[in-house]
Design a protein around this ligand. Sequence first.
Ligand code: C2O
Ligand code: CU
Length: 472
Amino acid sequence: MRRIIFALSIALLFGCEPPLQIDEHPADPPGWDADLALPEAEDLNPDPHVLEISLTAKIITREFKPGVQTELWTYNGLLPGPMIRAKKNDRVIVHFKNELPEATTIHWHGLRIPAAMDGTEHVQSPVQPGSTFPYDFIVPDAGTFWYHPHVRSSHQVNDGLYGAFIVEDPDKPELGAELVVVLSDLLVDPDGTLGSPNAGGHLGDYFGREGNILLVNGRTKPTLRTRTGRAQRWRIINAARTRYYWFRLPGHRLFKVASDGGFIEAPQPVEDVFLTPGERVEVMVIPEPDAPETQTVQWLPYERGYATSLRPEEPLMNLEVSDLPPTEPPAPPPWLREIPPLVTSGAVQQRIELTEESVNGRIEMGVNGLPFGVGGHIHAHVGETHVWEIANTTEADHPFHLHGFFFQVLDVNGVKPDYREWRDMVNVPQKTTMRVAVQFDDRPGTWMFHCHILDHADLGMMGMIELMAPHP
Ligand code: C2O
Ligand code: CU
């Protein structure tokens, strides 16, 4: 029915019979993504199942105010860093070199790889200035991931160290032309230099620092070209230090097809797009005949606590519908993949309370009342399933992230979600309790979980999981 209405509305709009104005071999508008395309890391290995690349962390300068050079910390001199594009089950070798003035690591956010390759500073000894480290692992899951440092991450991510990591599925369904969208922000002072990563002092940590320049693939207000009826598959990554992203696309039909851990079971029609820091969402975006010829996508202020919703909207990017004839809008595939529910009978129960406490006039964030290093240790055994009750007793949202394993949300304040998905990020709204299930496969070692508002992680909202050999 919807389809017929759509065809009729096209007919009304263009004043001819629907079958006549449908392009049989539709193409995307020329240069549709020219303003947004991300450079890819070059594959140095001829083996089709091995992706071998070089990444160098180094400082570059860029002009945000004419004539003023601002220093950025980058991978390979690019902001965001080069996009890494592998295929499921590929071996990925990264020759990493640190040319920064301080130690760093690379954390492969969302990849289920061995603990020794996860790039957490408490597991891997940080790569010192002038040193190198060979990362080498197999990527077992298709999906949209990203990479960033895990040493002083609130500062290093703030200064520009992050990039997209795409793992392709060999049998991918037709979802439209692919666009990788890395959302981030930068704090630039009025004089054109990069704002202090400590801006606002202790309160800055507490609120979480947001930049004042919104970037889409490292650019301000880029323009994307679309075509009526023609689908695009947006793989969206929120790489910001603190900022949540929330936007709508008036005149477009949206279907969510994937989240952190790859495809959901079936496309879900959605009204808007929402991502916490660290989170990924994939949507099919289909311009409808009534989409405005040009529009600015607005960043919408979401209330994550501290009256953050009282701020104004901000322009994010421009959409321009090309004047190519409309095409027949595709029906999203009815099914993407099966996600079996984790079996939770006999699971180990854990409570993880996200807490804050005032200690000597400073606010300390923590897990179960204790800051990182003092509390927040969880013991688990390979093969176990855990059910975690994550309780946020504070008055601000915290985006919860688990390294190395996907989980399933069982319920939020007792209410089951509408559909199942594999996630490594979940927003835990203020005064909310949710239960998630996670199964520990055979990758023993130390793993982290933390709030992905990186300032909050620095304030202590971080914990470690000691994953040990299976129970005898
Ligand atoms: Cu994006 Cu500890 O990670
Ligand atoms: Cu937080």
